[in-house]
Structure formats: structure tokens, C-alpha cells
Design a protein around this ligand. Structure first.
Ligand code: BEZ
Length: 210
């Protein structure tokens, strides 16, 4: 199934390292990051899961729950977890879905046969409190992801959901933002602080949440 931004995140039942879940019930009204990795006991995946565990408070601060997935069985997830703690210094502190029958992987189109085998590629779905898909990233198996980028996008989504702004290239929380192109420059001047009009369509303003 091919999913697009704005689609409802499909629900599923799954076995995880923290017990069986119904995804929507587990997620409830939080933000969620659902991400796949190719295989347990592999080097890049070990670094990714350790880094995600280290960022737990960053996800929690944003009201986001994290859940990983691979097609490996639960026993492998449990057997691998101590290696992640030893190798990265952080124990896994989020559930890992075991998807050996590929139900969830296929539902979220995480298996790309051209990428070598029938394991999952490195997919990331950021899902909002209303279960709408807000970000999809797909990375090749050989490239570890930047999980700070996922936090950065959640920051942008949470800001732009609540204010008539967009975030420019390389923006991070606290930086100046761009007023919505739908607003007239007079409105921008009235509603935001410290307006810089670079072009009629490019108006930098102070972060209204800052
Ligand atoms: C890894 O996690 O290191 C990895 C897994 C599958 C393919 C390539 C790298």
C-alpha cells in the first residue's frame, strides 16, 4: 500500500518487545514516530536504535512516542537489545515491533524489492495526534538516519500547525521563521515581530512561539 502525506496512518496489531499492541490504541492522541530498520544484529541499525534511545527525552518533550520495526522475530529483538546498550551506551527504551510475516511492513510499504532482499528499508513515518501521516522519509539500508532531523521536523510541524508560518532551510527551533505567503505584507507587519521583507513573498519574522 502506498501511503502519502495527509493519509490516515493505517492501524495494525503487532507483537513488540513491550507486549502486543493495537497501534492506534498504543499511540492514543500522541505524536508517533514509526520507523523500520533492515535487520537485527547489524551495525548501522545498532547505532540508530541506540541514538533513538538517547533522544527519548527529546521525543517526550514533543509529546511523541517512538516505535521501531523489523521483520526479525521477537526473540532476536530481545537477544540484540543488550548489544545495543553495550555498543552505544543507551539501553533501548521504546518498543520494537516483530514483523516476521511482514504484515506491517507491507501495510506501510517498507519493503523495496529493488534494494536487495525482503527486509525493510529505513522508513520513517511521523504521525500526528489525529493519526494523520505528516512526514515520510525513506533511506537506503547502507545509510544511517539523522534522528535530530526527525525532532527538527516535529518542531516545525508543531509550530506551523499553530501559527501562520513556515520554516526555512536548515531551521531549528528558536530561529526566525517565514510568514505564510497567503498573508499580505500589511498583515504580516501587524501580526509578527521584527519583520524583514526580503521579497514580497519572503518575509522573515520572529518565531511567534519564542
Ligand atoms: C546495517 O544496519 O549495518 C545494515 C543493514 C542492512 C544492510 C546494510 C547495513
Amino acid at each position: 500500500m502506498s501511503l502519502r502525506l495527509g493519509d490516515q496512518a493505517p492501524n495494525f496489531s503487532a507483537s513488540t518487545t513491550e507486549g502486543d499492541i493495537d497501534f492506534h490504541t498504543w499511540k492514543a492522541d500522541s505524536w508517533a514516530v514509526l520507523f523500520s530498520h533492515p535487520a537485527d544484529y547489524t551495525p548501522v541499525c545498532t547505532t540508530e536504535l541506540g541514538r533513538t534511545a538517547a533522544l527519548k527525552s527529546g521525543f517526550a518533550d514533543r509529546g511523541a512516542k517512538v516505535i521501531a520495526l523489523s521483520v526479525d522475530p521477537l526473540e532476536d529483538h530481545h537477544g540484540w537489545a543488550p548489544d545495543i546498550a553495550e555498543a552505544t551506551g543507551t539501553a533501548v527504551n521504546f518498543p520494537i515491533i516483530a514483523d516476521p510475516d511482514k504484515t506491517v511492513s507491507e501495510l506501510y510499504d517498507m519493503i523495496h524489492p529493488g534494494e536487495g532482499d525482503t527486509s525493510t528499508v529505513r522508513s520513517v513515518f511521523v504521525i500526528d495526534p489525529a493519526n494523520k501521516i505528516r512526514l515520510i522519509l525513506i533511506y537506503p539500508k547502507s545509510t544511517g538516519r539523522n534522528f535530530d532531523e526527525i525532532l527538527r521536523v516535529i518542531d516545525s510541524l508543531q509550530l506551523t500547525d499553530n501559527h501562520q508560518v513556515a520554516t526555512p532551510v536548515d531551521w531549528t527551533k528558536g530561529d526566525r521563521v517565514i510568514a505564510s505567503p497567503a498573508m499580505s505584507t500589511d498583515d504580516v507587519m501587524d501580526r509578527f515581530d521584527n519583520v524583514e521583507v526580503v521579497k514580497p513573498y519572503l518575509r522573515y519574522v520572529d518565531d511567534p512561539a519564542g
